[in-house]
Every structure is written in C-alpha cells, then in structure tokens.
Design a binder for this molecule. Structure first.
Ligand code: HT9
Ligand code: FE2
Length: 346
C-alpha cells in the first residue's frame, strides 16, 4: 500500500511558563488528578523555566528520521502533532488534509501497549480525524516496538555507558524504570481474555531483553511519576522508595534505565535526574542514568524500518513472543475492548 506522509504523534509539553497550567489542564481533564498534584507537577516544569524538552526532542528526532528516509530513498513528508500541546494533532491532521494527504502512517512516541501508552494514541487519531471530518486522511498507526532489536540495542548501549560511569561492580544494581499507571488500568491492558497486564508484562520483557544484551546477572523493574488521587492504587514500588530498600540491602550504586520512555523529557530529567538522584545522594549511593534512545541513530532507523513494514513488506523484527500489536487504522482498538480505559469517577 502507498502512503503520502508520516505523522509523528506525541504527548506534547509546554514551551514557556505561561503554558504550564493550560498544558497540565489538557493532560488531566476528566482524569480525577487532584489540584495539589497539578500544582506540584507545575513546580517541576517551572524548575526548567516552564519549558519541557519534549517538543525539541521530537523535532530533533523528526529531523533525523527525515534524513534517514531520504538516505533510504523513501519520499514521505513528516508531520508533527501532539495530544496535549501545540502543535495539536487536530491542527496537524487538518494541515495534512489541506496539503492533499489521503493516507498516512502514524508513529506514536511510545513503545508499549496499555491504555496510556497505546490506546490513548488511538483515541487521539480518532479525535483528530473527527475534528477534520470529510476529507480527513486514512491514518494507520505503526506497531508497538518495545521488543525491536534496534530499541533494545540502543538501551543496552546506553545502560553499558551508565554502568561504566559507575565503575559497576557487584555492589551495583541495575534498575529499569517506567511510568506507573493505575493497577486497574494495567489489569485491563491487552485484548479481553488475554490475561491483562500487557503494559507491565511488556516493560518486564523489554527490561529482560536489555539486561540479557548487556549480560547482567540480575535486575529490578520499578515505577515512577505516580499521579492520581492517593486512594487509587498504582504500580509499585516507586523508584525513590526502592532506593531505600536497595540501600538497606547493602547496594552501593544504582544504574537506572528508563526503559518506559523514548526521550529525556520532563519526567525523566525531573523524577529521575533530580528526585531519584537526590535520594541516592542522601543515601550515599552512586547513581547513573542511562540515556533514552531519542538521539541514538538507531531510533531513526527503527522508525524507518517500521515504515518499511508497511511500504515495502519489510519483515517485522522482534525479540519477544508478544504479538505485534497496536498497528491499527483510524484509531481502532487492536480488538474490541482492548486496553479499555478504566471508568473514572468525576
Ligand atoms: C504510561 C505513561 C507514559 C508513557 C507512554 C508515553 O510516553 O506516552 C506517560 C508519558 C508522559 N507523561 C507525561 C506527562 C504527564 N503525565 C501525567 C499523568 C499521567 N501519565 C500517565 C501515564 C503515562 N504517561 C497516567 C496514567 C497519568 C494520570 C492521568 C491520566 O490518567 O492520564 C501528567 C499530569 C500530571 C501528573 O503527573 O499527575 C503529566 C504532566 C509526558 C510529558 C513530559 C514532558 O512534558 O516532557 C510523557 C511523555
Ligand atoms: Fe504521564
């Protein structure tokens, strides 16, 4: 099948102090996140002048993908749209339609399944097409890539570098970390009848694949950036609490690998490089954080390879037994009820 364009679909982030609160209100609309949590998170953004690096990182990655497409002789313009902040995906898809784009592939900047990591990007696609209405392009999302050898390879090299920084020995523990989600959302992740927990199981699998490539004897998987009201359970343990546990076990240094993310956006540079690093320092533990793949040349190669699965029938390279999921048209779920959002009380 032929495509006219590639849509780079991401989360979005503020690019100035006045944009922080409106952005946070977009993210949390109807999601039952308490006001105090929003104010606390706003402070994290203000710590960096109200600018999240995420839009810049996406633009850099898009430039690398454009170069890689050209190098491989693939003529596909790349458009950029976000769920929560400008450029908003609704506006981008309208521009695409005006430019005459009829069929486009969509790269979501998340490697995993689950409501927040996959299905919510389907909702974005559906909403953007509905906003454009008649003449909206046909949009086909690329599949989940947490088990792709180029994704695993980029994290493996980054983790090796972080461990080398620590002069890693038997006193060093490697800790993989991903964004926490509500326990109920994780239980509902995956197609109905598949046993659920697709998000946390894929995170554990990606961690296992990276650890195996680095040749680690053991590792932990923990969570970060818990949100929501306190009475709702989220995946645990939190990275900051886990550092205390490791310290009590006699661990002297920690190499942290943020395997749940593709770029060093705000939740990485605040929750890990600030909060977790500070806790490690308090405990007198060494701390090093592996880079995310955004700037690695393999990331652009990965995106182009996923594109070629659709345009040239390239084989779907993957290192796990999980089904290749998430690649659906016009925001359809993988299966009826797949990764259904958990009903929230208003
Ligand atoms: C699984 C997952 C990913 C990974 C998959 C992916 O990458 O898509 C992710 C990524 C991101 N999350 C981000 C930022 C935020 N997430 C929030 C809130 C939430 N995240 C959730 C989950 C995830 N989030 C959930 C279940 C909530 C609760 C509200 C809800 O049910 O939706 C909030 C609200 C404030 C708060 O933290 O409470 C903010 C500001 C940014 C941008 C950072 C920047 O600006 O650089 C990125 C890339
Ligand atoms: Fe988030």
């Amino acid at each position: 099948m032929n495509y006219d364009a590639l849509l780079w679909l991401s989360f979005g982030g503020p690019e100035g102090p006045d944009e922080v609160m409106p952005f946070l209100e977009n993210v949390t609309r109807g999601r039952g996140v308490p006001r105090e949590r929003l104010e606390e998170v706003a402070e994290h953004y203000h710590h960096f002048g109200g600018v999240s690096p995420i839009n810049r990182l996406n633009r850099e990655a898009i430039a690398a993908v454009e170069k890689e497409l050209a190098a491989q002789g693939i003529d596909l313009p790349v458009y950029f749209g976000n769920r929560n902040w400008r450029p908003m995906v609704e506006d981008t898809v309208a521009t695409m339609a005006a430019d005459g784009v009829r069929r486009a592939l969509v790269f979501p900047t998340s490697a995993y399944g689950g409501y927040s990591a996959c299905r919510q990007y389907d909702e974005d696609i559906e909403r953007a097409r509905a906003a454009v209405g008649e003449g909206a392009p046909h949009l086909v999302k690329l599949r989940q890539f947490f088990d792709h050898p180029l994704f695993v390879g980029a994290f493996a090299d980054a983790l090796r570098a972080a461990r080398a920084e620590l002069g890693a020995d038997e006193g060093t523990r490697t800790v993989f970390v991903a964004h926490s989600v509500p326990v109920g959302a994780d239980a509902a992740a995956g197609p109905p009848g598949s046993g659920g927990h697709r998000y946390s199981r894929q995170i554990a699998e990606a961690a296992r694949l990276v650890a195996a490539e680095v040749g680690l004897g053991g590792h932990d998987v923990v969570w970060q950036s818990r949100s929501g009201p306190p009475q709702v359970p989220w995946l645990e343990p939190d990275i900051v609490d886990h550092l205390g546990t490791l310290h009590a076990e006699g661990v002297r240094a920690v190499a942290v690998c943020p395997v749940g993310f593709v770029s060093d956006h705000l939740e990485v540079i605040w929750d890990l490089d600030n909060e977790a690093a500070e806790r490690a320092a308090e405990l007198g533990m060494g701390f090093a954080r592996a880079a995310t793949p955004n700037a690695d040349p393999r990331f652009a190669q990965l995106v182009v390879e996923l594109v070629r699965e659709h345009t040239q029938g390239a084989p779907a390279r993957k290192l796990s037994d999980f089904p290749a999921a998430g690649g659906t048209a016009n925001g359809a779920p993988c299966a009826p009820g797949c990764c259904e959002p958990v009903r929230r009380r208003s």
